[in-house]
Structure formats: C-alpha cells, structure tokens
Ligand binder design. Structure first.
Ligand code: 5GP
Ligand code: ZN
Length: 119
C-alpha cells in the first residue's frame, strides 16, 4: 500500500495539521519536531515527517531522502538544544517487537543525561 499524505485517524498527522495542538519546536516542508508527551529523558523530542509513512517497514526507496531530512533536522535541533557536546540518541522503533506504538514514522531524539542501552 502506498504511503498516504495524511491519515485521518493518525495522531501524528493531526499534530502535523494542527488539529491537535503541540509545541512545535521545528518545522520545515518535510519534517516537524515536537516534545514527546511522555518524556524518558530531559530532552525527548519526536522528529516526524509531514507525509504519513506508517513505519520503517513501509518506507519506499523514494522515502530514503525523507529519512535523511529527518536525521538532518534531528541533528539541527539537537545542536539548538545544546546536546551536541555531550551527545544524544536517535531511535526509530519499528513494529511490535521494535516497540512502535504510533504507526507514523518518527525518530526519538533523546538526550540531556547519560542513556543506558535498552534491550
Ligand atoms: P513509539 O513507541 O511508537 O516509537 O513512540 C511513540 C511515542 O509517541 C511515545 O514515546 C509516546 O509517548 C508518544 N506519544 C503518543 N501519543 C502522543 C501525543 O498525542 N502527543 C505527543 N507529543 N506524543 C505522543
Ligand atoms: Zn500519520
């Protein structure tokens, strides 16, 4: 199934469209960044494509550039948030075993304290 531009029942599409208010801290034509509602680190932001892509497993070859834009936006915001010196983590969960709860592709940007590895 082709990725849709937006999906009416998708919470992140609703944040992208403004239907659900969020504190958007970065926005360009392709990517938005807003705080995770349930932060697990002093900085915990979600880097979300404007276009609805359900997951890494659903992304098409043509979405590779989009994922690159997401990473570039994450790095830019990480710098703005003062995380560049001590470091930070980008995480993409995919599917049930990957712990993905929201079916709209997103990168978790986490930092502000030393992070343990998860398994
Ligand atoms: P996942 O488990 O899919 O990788 O991560 C989904 C993340 O979205 C979770 O960390 C969760 O706290 C966050 N989240 C779920 N619903 C909302 C919401 O309505 N607003 C925001 N800002 N974050 C949400
Ligand atoms: Zn969506």
């Amino acid at each position: 199934m082709a990725p849709e531009k937006s999906k009416s029942d998708c919470i992140f599409c609703k944040i992208v469209s403004g239907e659900i208010a969020s504190n958007i801290i970065y926005h360009d034509a392709y990517v938005i960044v807003f705080p995770d509602i349930n932060p697990v680190a002093p900085v915990h932001l979600l880097v979300v494509p404007v276009k609805h892509v359900a997951s890494l497993a659903e992304m098409k070859e043509a979405d590779a550039a989009l994922v690159g834009k997401m990473v570039a936006a994450a790095n830019k915001v990480a710098k703005e948030q003062g995380l560049a010196k001590n470091g930070y983590r980008l995480t993409i969960n995919c599917g049930a075993d990957g712990g993905q709860l929201v079916q709209h592709l997103h990168i978790h940007l986490m930092g502000g304290r030393p992070l343990k590895w998860v398994n």
